[in-house]
Design a binder for this molecule. Structure first.
Ligand code: VGL
Ligand code: ZN
Length: 202
């Protein structure tokens, strides 16, 4: 469909089995994501793309442990293991992902001091990536999302896409969640309440 784009979120080695921030069940969704890619005319990939020493890495802070939360200038921020460092194998797409059809690769998380779950707006909720402008300029009105992680980058991207005025569906079966402190349940509820269709299938 001409007005519809598939957004494949962060299908990168570090979020898959054996990766630095492996999401349980990530490898199993690769065939489903590829099927969705095969069925869509317009595909955008997002890529978590951090400089070494990024502020969201626990190792960038003294005495901090991964998965703890600390106060950043913009609010609470979860600290993560070092992952998706620019130019490293962990930042590359999963080797079985069908990347060739992608018309756009949108990178995010490249500002050292700001994390970015959403592909539209960084975690300070002010810095914009410009992806909405690109998608609107291309005439897309409907976005279908899949990928990793359901409760972080997929959810925040979906919520921001809805707020930017797109009709948004998430193919939940083609996602996998980190599920930190109940984040999966919480973000599914936020998406549902935000008017995002969670019933789409792969
Ligand atoms: C993500 C945590 C940190 C994600 C990225 O892709 O969901 N999660 N960076
Ligand atoms: Zn990240």
């Amino acid at each position: 469909m001409a007005n519809e784009a598939l957004i494949v979120v962060d299908m990168q080695n570090d979020f898959c089995e054996g990766g630095a921030l492996a999401v349980p069940g990530a490898n199993a969704i690769v065939p489903l994501v590829n099927r969705l890619i095969g069925r869509h005319d317009h595909v955008v990939l997002t890529q978590d793309w951090h400089p070494a020493g990024h502020a969201s890495f626990a190792s960038s802070w003294k005495d901090a442990t991964p998965f703890s939360s600390v106060q950043f200038p913009y609010g609470p921020q979860t600290l993560w293991p070092v992952h998706c460092v620019q130019g490293t194998p962990g930042a590359e797409f999963h080797p079985e992902l069908n990347v060739h059809k992608a018309q756009m690769v949108a990178r995010k998380g490249f500002h050292t001091g700001i994390d970015s779950y959403s592909a539209f707006r960084e975690n300070d909720r002010m810095t914009r990536t410009g992806l909405d402008g690109y998608l609107k300029a291309r005439g897309f009105t409907k976005l279908i999302l899949c990928g990793l992680a359901l409760d972080y980058c997929v959810a925040w991207s979906a919520i921001d896409a809805r707020q930017a005025g797109f009709d948004v569906a998430v193919v939940v079966e083609a996602t996998a969640a980190i599920d930190l402190d109940g984040s999966k349940k919480r973000m599914l509820k936020e998406m549902r309440q935000g008017g995002i269709n969670l019933n789409a299938t792969a």
